[in-house]
Design a protein around this ligand. Structure first.
Ligand SMILES: Nc1ncnc2c1ncn2[C@@H]1O[C@H](COP(=O)(O)OP(=O)(O)OP(=O)(O)O)[C@@H](O)[C@H]1O
Length: 463
């Protein structure tokens, strides 16, 4: 038998994942909010708003998890997925009631014995993390006090976030963990955690120095796998790490995107893998409403941005720029104008990055201005708006479709509604945006810059 024949043992096309939002207009929920606004006491109104909106989110989520067309749909419960009781306790403690489609489909494939590799794809914010974290935790032999599961992620922010999920889900499992990112380890201290999460550069470094014993590693996960296998630097390091991990370790690759040229690497990396894949037109999440604003010039973009923020009362938002100094620049100007913003990019010191991220997660700032460094994986439920101040482009100047999808995917997570706004300012940027529209078969609706009342109405309706 040729190896090609055996490659795709199980290929599940999630062909029915398109999320139909037509029937569930968020505007239908508006009267509840209006009622709350009429309360005499502002404090009471805020409380009621909060209760209403939490309730609305729960009802909406339950509806979506019962809708076969939603990526969050599942017929099973977590109890049916063969997980250990202490992991179920961890899951329910996190208030997860039902698995999403990717969790329901991937977990049985991931937990089968003998273990098989998996390449898993599902839209942003649909719960891929829990699928691979539960796999890592399930496969740890507690009697061996050494690394047994290794997960790599492209940024320190994402590695830290995954570690938080490992710790929450493993809360009742008595499993040890180690994070391996820049400045988190020292030359005289071996890495002993049974589950290790890190970034490729640091993990390769500790392996090279023989600080991370590899012989017991049996689960090897790449989150944002297409990114980890594609980018020159990350790709090289990831392949080198694979060369040091035992050959029979189970390779698990997850991402919302697997462009064709990377899928080939993925299939080489995870041989004979089960595959769960999506078609291109299924990739974008319909609960993220996509808009664009037509600006007159690069300078005008800043004015429009400030107008937008003067007008909008969104819970939290992320602004993506192409360059670090644009991010810093906008952050300084907006701060001077009284907005609650903070910048984050790769030129900052590791502890500074951690602080910014932690502060933003706690809600101490409303706006995070950043570059592609945190375009992927970052999960903050309160983020309801993403602004592409500069459209994401690849090295040749073409739209970076994957980066676009990951960026807008920082909102609209797990059934929430979100808005993305793209800034275009000349013919070229307009053409690139049109290419993005065509690529994903999704309409990006124009919002005017000369009628802010109309903008307010439009956005209010969605948010
Ligand atoms: N079964 C579930 N029930 C309720 N909430 C869930 C469930 N699974 C995951 N979540 C929540 O959904 C959010 C999104 O999950 P996660 O970050 O794993 O998405 P993702 O698919 O990895 O997205 P991305 O492609 O952007 O990395 C998280 O806040 C997570 O806690």
């Amino acid at each position: 038998m040729s190896t090609d024949e055996s490659i795709k043992n199980v290929t599940i096309k999630l062909g029915d994942l398109l999320n139909d939002t037509d029937g569930a207009s968020p505007a239908a929920k508006e009267p509840k909010v209006e009622k709350a606004e009429k309360q005499d006491s502002k404090e009471e109104a805020t409380d009621e708003n909060l209760i209403n909106s939490t309730h609305t989110v729960q009802v909406k989520l339950a509806d979506q998890q019962a809708d076969p067309n939603s990526p969050l749909y599942s017929i099973k419960s977590f109890d049916d997925l063969g997980l250990a009781p202490e992991l179920l306790k961890g899951i329910y403690n996190m208030k997860f009631n039902k698995p999403s489609k990717i969790q329901e489909r991937a977990l049985p494939l991931l937990l089968q014995n003998p273990p098989r590799n998996l390449i898993g794809q599902s839209q942003s914010g649909t719960g891929k993390t829990a699928a691979f974290v539960l796999t890592m935790l399930s496969r740890v032999d507690k009697s061996i006090p050494a690394p047994q599961a290794l997960c790599l992620a492209p940024s320190r922010e994402l590695a830290r976030q995954i570690m938080d999920v490992v710790e929450l889900m493993g809360k009742f499992s008595d499993i040890t963990t180690s994070i391996v990112v820049k400045d988190s380890w020292s030359r005289d201290r071996p890495i002993t955690g049974q589950v290790v999460v890190g970034t490729p550069g640091s993990v390769f470094d500790v392996m090279r120095r023989k600080l991370l014993p590899v012989k017991n590693i049996k689960t090897f996960v790449l989150d944002e796998a297409d990114n980890m296998l594609d980018q020159g630097g990350l790709g090289d390091q990831t392949f080198r790490i694979q060369g040091l991990v035992p050959k029979n370790a189970q390779s698990v690759l997850f991402s919302a995107t697997f462009p064709d040229h990377v899928r080939r690497f993925a299939e080489r990396f995870a041989r004979n893998a089960n595959e769960i894949s999506l078609k291109r037109e299924e990739l974008s999440v319909d609960s993220i409403k996509q808009f664009y604003v037509d600006c007159d010039s690069e300078q005008h973009k800043y004015e429009v941005l400030v107008n937008l923020y003067d007008l909008l009362t969104v819970s939290q938002s992320i602004i993506f720029c192409k360059q670090r100094n644009t991010a810093d620049n906008i952050a300084t100007r907006m701060t001077d104008q009284g907005h609650s913003v903070v910048a984050l990019h790769g030129q900052m010191a590791p502890d500074e990055r951690d602080k910014v991220m932690d502060d933003f997660r706690r809600g101490e700032f409303k706006v995070l201005i950043t570059t592609n460094v945190i375009a992927r994986g970052i999960d903050i439920m309160q983020v309801s708006l993403v602004v592409n101040y500069d459209l994401p482009l690849d090295k040749s100047g073409y739209p970076d479709y994957e980066a676009y999808l990951h960026r807008i995917g920082r909102t609209g997570r797990f059934g929430r509604t979100g808005v993305s706004i793209n800034f275009v300012h000349d013919r070229e940027s307009w053409e690139k945006m049109t290419m993005i529209e065509e690529h994903f078969h999704r309409n990006i609706e124009r919002i005017p810059t000369d009628n802010w009342e109309e903008v307010e109405q439009k956005l209010k309706k969605v948010l």
